[in-house]
Design a protein around this ligand. Structure first.
Ligand SMILES: Nc1ncnc2c1ncn2[C@@H]1O[C@H](COP(=O)(O)OP(=O)(O)O)[C@@H](O)[C@H]1O
Ligand SMILES: [Mg+2]
Length: 366
């Protein structure tokens, strides 16, 4: 439904050039919800605005459905209103002097998606029903809560039944509780409509909850694409491992293992760490070992009887309700663990940490 190939966009500023998007490629298949996830300033909005036609790329190609809407080297540039995409902004962009229904009907009456007058009411009603605002048609827009305003802007983007929905951090202006509610509601709506969606956020949890696919961006480039599970469980890049969830990193080198079922281990400052390895690793190859804090087990009274058990001292214990966050000192290394809040932990006590081999991933030099 959407194909973006090698997209580039540079802004010329008084203080120099900003390379906002540096060769970004991705596809959104029909009915798929794809999220561009990355920190502020990594080029998410610029990418989205290029797709919408609100920004002209320097080079690359963009196809919406069968239509080429931008092809740099062929001079193809289709204006925004002829791309058939709906867009929702972080700032809502609701007209304050209009009612809910007038706001939603705007693209059908004034915008690029004019329909016969007799059809307008029916379409507006349908869009408002979709977002759960059926009863508020005639309310003036300023009398709406933040969540309701966001729904109005979603209804306005859906009212002309776009081929593709673009959403730029649509939930960031809502308070935490409402954001979680709207997140689930949005998930319901797009799943029901099976509309192809390109979503932008810096919020990793939002991306994991909403998306079929996630593309993690940093500094104008996509570092990794995959399903939420894949991105979280098999990060291929230190940035991805750290940005989506948190991670322990330990540098080391591949070594022959004397025991354990993998045959090889990674020699590290902690000791040899066993884990699944790609078949083409070589002895001596330098790699980073990565594992999630929630996969690190802490034993208070235990022998080092299993693979990947290492002695340490609880340097810091922070109770955060759901979990207890622990920092364990082992030699020169500090390991992070998310332990069950039910386990009593004493700062300063000696413990044994266990890192189950199956949860360990290695990152090879890129
Ligand atoms: N209109 C603009 N003029 C100049 N620089 C811009 C403009 N829009 C964005 N940028 C710069 O491009 C980079 C990417 O911005 P943006 O796409 O808004 O990132 P994100 O949405 O991921 O936060 C940033 O360095 C930003 O300052
Ligand atoms: Mg942005």
């Amino acid at each position: 439904m959407l194909r973006v190939k090698n997209l580039r966009k540079t802004y010329a500023m008084a203080e120099g050039r900003v390379e906002a998007v540096r060769g970004v490629s991705f596809d959104v298949d029909p009915g798929v919800f794809l999220t561009l996830l990355g920190p502020s300033g990594c080029g998410k909005t610029t990418t989205l605005r290029c797709v919408a036609g609100l920004e002209t790329p320097d080079s690359g190609e963009i196809y919406v459905g069968e239509q080429a809407v931008f092809v740099g080297n062929r001079g193809v540039l289709v204006p925004a209103y002829r791309r058939g995409v709906g867009m929702v902004f972080q700032s809502y962009a609701i007209w304050p002097h209009m009612t809910v229904a007038e706001n939603v009907s705007f693209p059908l009456v004034h915008g690029g998606f004019k329909v016969p007058k007799s059809k307008v009411n029916e379409k507006v009603r349908k869009a408002l029903e979709l977002v759960g605002l059926g009863a508020l048609e005639n309310r003036p827009a300023p009398l709406l809560s933040g969540g309701q305003q966001q729904r109005v802007s979603l209804a306005r983007a859906l009212v002309y039944e776009p081929k593709l929905l673009l959403l730029d951090e649509p939930l960031s202006n809502l308070d935490a509780k409402l954001r979680e509610e709207m997140r689930l509601e949005l998930r319901e709506i797009v799943r029901r409509l099976k509309i192809s969606t390109l979503y932008v956020t810096h919020d990793q949890e939002e991306a994991l909850v909403l998306s079929d696919h996630i593309a993690v961006m940093s500094e104008g480039q996509i570092l990794q694409q995959g399903s939420p599970r894949d991105i979280y469980l098999n990060p291929q890049h230190p940035f991805v491992a750290n940005f989506v969830g948190s991670a322990n990193f330990i540098d080391g080198a591949i070594d022959e293992a004397k025991n354990g079922h993998y045959g090889f281990a990674v020699g590290t400052a902690l000791g040899p760490i066993s884990c699944p390895l790609p078949s083409d690793v070589k002895i001596g190859e330098r790699v980073s070992v990565v594992f999630r804090p929630e996969d690190v087990l802490i034993h208070i009274d235990a022998e080092r009887s299993r693979t990947n058990m290492f002695p340490g001292v609880l340097e810091r214990v922070i109770f955060v309700g759901k979990r207890t966050h622990c920092e364990i000192r082992s030699g020169s290394l500090l390991l992070h663990s998310e332990a069950s809040a039910r386990t009593e932990m004493q700062q300063g006590s000696r413990v044994v940490v266990e890192i189950p081999p199956e949860y360990v991933r290695i990152l090879r030099s890129q």
